[in-house]
Design a protein around this ligand. Structure first.
Ligand code: PLP
Length: 424
């Protein structure tokens, strides 16, 4: 991996003659055409990541794109065309699939507090399975099955108490996390499923957290599931799927690479096959994270008590991850990034919060007003988590394919900001 690829996370964002490009297009031209702040995505980068997973896990595995990571309709359509299914967590996400005109995709439905109307709609839409998160859901699923007149496929989400060693807020597989069923509750739930005419156990589900870069937690989790399956014959009746969740980590520029998905597949698939289980994956960040950047214009520089501030036109409402999770996205000047650094700066936006920053203590050249700054690896949980706080219009999004670009979300207009309000 060369230095550029390491910063950008993928080869589709690269400098040519000192100017950053996305595939065949200059970012400076895109900023001119669409304005800033602007999300720019590379189609080729998403296709490449999808193929990497497909190659590693083979044609039979279900790759269910985690819609929550970036739910733009155009990206959903792209993944559907590539053959992906979808991982949903809300009725809104199901409605997005339908709005995108996607038919017959495999879908799985997770979520710790599912509601009746969501379950019914998903069942009607032909969901592949629900990820059961608590015993509370059994009655809801049973009732949904009765009303819709279908049997209800369930992959029971086990909480196997494995620490994914990631950020507190994105750890989901430990005993203290709110997700899944501990093994005792799972045994009870299995009895209820067996006694029901409508409910049908089809697999197990695990999701340990996000941004996991080692294969160890995935393998350890499956060992716990194997122990659970071995514990009683009714723990393995009717099983077809093992959904290993998402959380496949990316680099965020700090040198450690992507999760080695080939090594994971090589170690896990033979074990699944031995139990007659088909793998289902739920990647979000891995597919879209590195494929997107947030482009922002420099407004000026302000001397600070400890470090200077680089003031830019993007803010925490446009990219929440740095202030919410302490996420460290690589940043670089779009033009001539190799100028000598001018000390370390905090990159901050216009929002009235000290927590409004995109990057802290970074070495950047002396960037002048009007220059462009790229925030890398912003394709996942970037646009999807935008807010209109401080009455800031949410940014536009553009998809680049070779030499062409397409606006896939227009910037909010000011009237969009109050369109839902009733002016009494
Ligand atoms: C159940 C489930 N599956 C998949 C994902 C996707 O995670 P990632 O984007 O890290 O792959 C998440 C993320 O929160 C999740 O909760």
């Amino acid at each position: 991996m060369n230095q550029e690829t390491r910063i950008a996370g993928c080869s589709q964002f690269a400098w040519r003659d000192g100017e950053l490009h996305c595939e065949g297009l200059s970012l400076a031209n895109l900023a001119e055409q669409y304005g800033t702040p602007l999300y720019v995505y590379s189609k080729a980068a998403m296709v490449e990541r999808y193929q990497m997973l497909r190659q590693a896990f083979g044609p039979k595995a279900g790759i269910a794109y985690a819609i929550k990571s970036n739910s733009n309709l155009s990206l959903l359509r792209l993944f559907a065309e590539l053959g992906a299914g979808f991982d949903l967590v809300s009725l809104g996400e199901l409605r997005r699939i339908q709005a995108a005109g996607i038919k017959d995709a495999d879908m799985v439905f997770a979520g710790v507090a599912k509601q009746e109307q969501e379950l019914e709609a998903a069942l009607e839409a032909g969901i592949t399975f629900f990820n059961l998160e608590s015993q509370r859901e059994l009655a809801l699923l049973e009732a949904a099955g009765e009303r819709v007149g279908r049997s209800v496929p369930i992959a029971l989400r086990l909480n196997v108490d494995v620490d994914a060693e990631t950020h507190e807020y994105i750890s989901t597989g430990r005993r203290q996390d709110k997700f899944g069923l501990d093994l005792d509750s799972a045994s009870q739930a299995l009895r209820q499923i067996r006694d029901s005419k409508r409910l049908q156990l089809v697999g197990y589900h695990i999701h340990l957290g996000s941004q996991i870069r080692s294969t160890r937690p995935f393998l350890e989790a499956f060992s716990r599931v194997e122990e659970f399956m071995a514990a009683a014959p009714e723990h393995r009746e009717g099983l077809r799927y093992y959904d290993l969740g998402g959380g496949f980590g990316i680099a965020y520029g700090d040198g450690a690479g992507l999760l080695d998905v080939q090594a994971l597949a090589d170690q896990l698939l033979p074990r699944l096959e031995a139990h007659g289980l088909t793998a289902v994956l739920e990647p979000g960040r891995f597919l879209v994270g590195d494929a997107g950047i947030l482009l922002s214009r420099v407004l000026g520089r302000k001397p600070g008590g400890e470090r200077d501030f680089l003031l830019v036109d993007a803010a925490m409402n446009d990219l929440l991850r740095p202030s919410h999770y302490g996420a460290e996205h690589p940043v670089a000047a779009v033009s001539r990034p190799d100028r000598p650094p001018e000390g370390k700066v905090d990159v901050v936006g216009p929002i009235c919060e000290s927590g409004d920053f995109l990057a802290l203590g970074r070495s950047l050249p002396d960037m002048q007003e009007g220059e462009l700054l790229a925030v890398f690896s912003a394709g996942a949980y970037g646009a999807a988590m935008t807010l209109t706080y401080n009455s800031r219009p949410r940014p536009a999004e553009v998809l680049v394919d070779g030499e062409s670009s397409q606006l896939i979300r227009r910037r909010d207009s000011y009237p969009d900001l109050w369109a839902q309000e009733l002016d009494l």
